[in-house]
Design a protein around this ligand. Structure first.
Ligand SMILES: NC(=O)c1ccc[n+]([C@@H]2O[C@H](COP(=O)([O-])OP(=O)(O)OC[C@H]3O[C@@H](n4cnc5c(N)ncnc54)[C@H](OP(=O)(O)O)[C@@H]3O)[C@@H](O)[C@H]2O)c1
Length: 283
């Protein structure tokens, strides 16, 4: 990866207080970018800001707070980003989680689907024009190789019939890959690119809300996982590297193009998911 000068570039990183998002934000600050952190907890946001300042000698541009389990919060976040009065050159849709029990968001959507898919879908839609006006801009969607284990069930996107936390998480990551595919198609000719990625299997706070067997699996696996620094590499690469200028609609792993699952390449499913998501966030 080249050392890129990101001075003058404004970047928004969601889930920026922990794990992959924190390192992504910190390293973009180090590259000279003006980085806006999106967090949901003030205490964690303040700690992230202090850590970034200490590590890089630079402050972040702003911290904005939003709980992605509320689409009203996402709408407020998008308005606040635009209210800063600066262009937006990079949007890193990174916030995400896995649950072991079914919960619902404030609007009543299954929580994993709501936080991992509907929230970044809406945020991106609301910021699309703002990104386009910035000239060249990049959208980076943090998906996962876990999407390869999923098929979408359009008749049960809210997992009401059956809930298994891992299956639902994999589906949400397939949604990220399909969202990216359709987004890139819709962005053609605008100067804004969109790429999704697998960050690796990374030792972060991921799965911290898990219980039972998953808690044990994550604890045992942790020493064998990639560091958050390694996990953030592909996000930083896609956000900043000149070699991917103009590249769009692709899925990356370890800073290289990779092949998503067959389900992740379905243009018809991507279009269908988009239409459904559009209706859900408008409701
Ligand atoms: N770790 C891995 O092995 C791995 C592998 C593949 C993909 N990923 C993806 O990488 C991304 C980052 O995960 P990570 O591994 O860095 O995990 P992490 O350390 O748990 O970070 C997740 C971030 O998402 C935020 N978040 C969770 N729920 C939220 C909500 N309701 N509203 C707003 N923000 C919320 C968290 O905020 P709080 O701290 O306030 O909870 C945190 O900042 C996720 O999209 C995940 O699916 C991770």
């Amino acid at each position: 990866m080249n050392h890129v000068d990101m001075s003058g570039k404004v970047c928004l990183v969601t889930g920026a207080n922990s794990g992959i998002g924190l390192v992504t934000a910190r390293e973009l600050v180090r590259l000279g970018a003006d980085v806006i952190l999106s967090c949901r907890d003030e205490r964690k946001g303040d700690a992230a800001r202090a850590g970034i300042r200490q590590a890089t000698g630079r402050d972040v541009a702003a911290i904005l707070y939003a709980d992605f389990a509320s689409l009203d919060d996402v709408r407020r976040l998008a308005a606040e980003v635009q209210g800063i009065g600066r262009p937006l050159h990079v949007l890193v849709n990174n916030a995400g989680l896995m649950l072991t029990e079914r919960r619902t968001t404030r609007e009543g959507f299954e929580y994993t689907f709501g936080v991992n898919h509907l929230a970044p879908f809406l945020l991106t839609e609301l910021l699309r024009e703002h990104l386009r006006k910035s000239g060249e801009a990049r959208i980076v969607n943090v998906a996962s190789r876990a999407h390869k284990r999923a098929q979408l069930d359009f008749d049960d996107l809210q997992s009401e019939r059956s809930f298994d936390g891992w299956t639902v998480y994999c589906r949400s990551k397939l949604c990220n890959v399909l969202f990216n595919l359709e987004l890139a198609r819709r962005l053609e000719g605008t100067g804004v690119t969109a790429n999704s990625l697998h960050p690796g299997v990374v030792a972060t706070g991921f799965g911290r809300e898990s219980t039972g067997l998953w808690k044990t699996i994550l604890a045992i696996g942790r020493p064998f996982m990639t560091s958050p620094e390694g996990g953030a590499r592909t996000s930083i690469f896609l956000a900043s590297d000149p070699s991917v200028r103009g590249v769009s609609g692709k899925y990356f792993a370890t800073c290289r193009p990779a092949t998503p699952s067959k389900a992740g390449q379905s243009r018809s499913d991507a279009a269908r998911l988009w239409e459904i998501s559009e209706r859900l966030v408008a409701a």
